[in-house]
Design a binder for this molecule. Structure first.
Ligand code: AQP
Length: 320
């Protein structure tokens, strides 16, 4: 089975939708699991109330995007199980292995006030994966090393104490193009971007989406053509259009005589792509009882699924 997470480090954006969530909804297999990784959003300074609100919003967006409710859960609802397994895995992991993680070295090491969790969260990620028995973890290049760590820990535990964990492997997600920031096409669109002018959020109202698309950075060239290296802003718009409507960006380019016309078409397509998700999300958020039920049942299923692995691991390592 496959396991994928999304961190509520901001509001979900168009890149999350076109690059990941939409496919989770359409291609997922019955035993796949998708979770809101709220514990991973606490490794740097965070606001508790905002995190709670964004976690609910993210769960609602996953369900509104069409992922069956029996495949979703919120990570912190398994905090006890994951906390216990993280400890077991920390006792299987060397300090050097954790400190070697590129993300830690880039974001954390050498700086004052860095949370210890920035060093240890790859072990929590290993617990996320191993608790559920996931054998495939679709991740981008930046998370590959963390899945390698989960593999190494699973093998080491199995070899030292006894066979408990499936050994996971990273699989390349079948990606659409990387959606880029509309205001700065050299960067990927990101939910935690400091400046949201070039970020289309899944829950943005149509007027706001249109304004953001109209202001998208293009270039001084004339005529619409697909040339990602030389004309990244226009290429991004064409890729977004292809992501929403289907077709190839280069073919779609031929249908437009001006950037203005292209931007209107992109705005229309994005608005229609996101409209049903926004409406279903709003309806879910207006029904906290229903969302709480989905969350409770998701947590119970995920906890039950991992129970025997956690129990066996504890017993084999000499605890309980
Ligand atoms: N711009 C993007 N284009 C295509 N896919 C994208 N994803 C994110 N941004 C784009 C995909 O969304 C999934 C969940 O993302 P994540 O929560 O694991 O974090 P991320 O990749 O770091 O996404 P963000 O939005 O950029 O978050 P922050 O701002 O916190 O770093 C992943 O499958 C990711 O590939």
């Amino acid at each position: 089975m496959r396991l994928s997470g999304i961190t509520p480090s901001g509001h979900p954006q168009l890149g999350n939708h076109l690059g990941a969530v939409r496919r989770w909804a359409s291609d997922g297999r019955p035993d796949d699991l998708y979770f809101v990784s709220d514990l991973h959003a606490m490794t740097t300074s965070h606001d508790p109330n905002r995190l709670r609100a964004r976690t609910s919003e993210m769960l609602a967006v996953l369900v509104a995007s069409g992922i069956p409710v029996e495949r979703v859960f919120v990570q912190s609802d398994l905090a006890r199980e994951l906390g216990a397994l993280t400890w077991v895995l920390e006792c299987t992991c060397s300090y050097g292995e954790a400190a070697r993680m590129v993300q830690f070295r880039e974001k954390g090491s050498g700086q004052g006030g860095v949370r210890l969790s920035l060093l240890t969260y790859p072990v929590l990620m290993a617990a996320d994966i191993l608790l559920q028995g996931a054998d495939e973890v679709p991740v981008g290049e930046d998370q590959n090393q963390h899945v390698e760590l989960a593999r190494a820990l699973a093998r080491r535990f199995n070899g030292t104490y006894g066979e408990v964990f499936a050994v996971p492997r990273a699989v390349l997600p079948a990606t659409g193009a990387r959606v880029r920031d509309l205001a700065d096409p050299t960067r990927k669109m990101s939910k935690s971007a400091r400046d949201a002018a070039g970020v289309v959020f899944v829950l943005d109202e149509p007027d706001l989406i249109r304004r953001k698309v109209r202001r998208a950075v293009t270039d001084g060239c004339t005529g619409v053509a697909y040339a990602p290296a030389e004309r990244p802003g226009v290429a991004n718009l064409l890729e977004i259009l292809a992501g929403c409507l289907g077709g190839r960006p280069a073919d779609l380019a031929e249908g437009f005589g001006s950037y203005g016309a292209l931007k209107e078409a992109v705005a229309d397509a994005v608005i229609e792509e996101l409209r049903p998700i926004r409406e279903r999300t709003r309806a879910l958020l207006a029904d906290p009882g229903e969302l709480a039920r989905i969350r409770r049942e998701g947590a119970a299923r995920a906890a039950e699924r991992g129970e025997h692995r956690l129990g066996s691991a504890m017993r084999l390592i000499g605890a309980g």
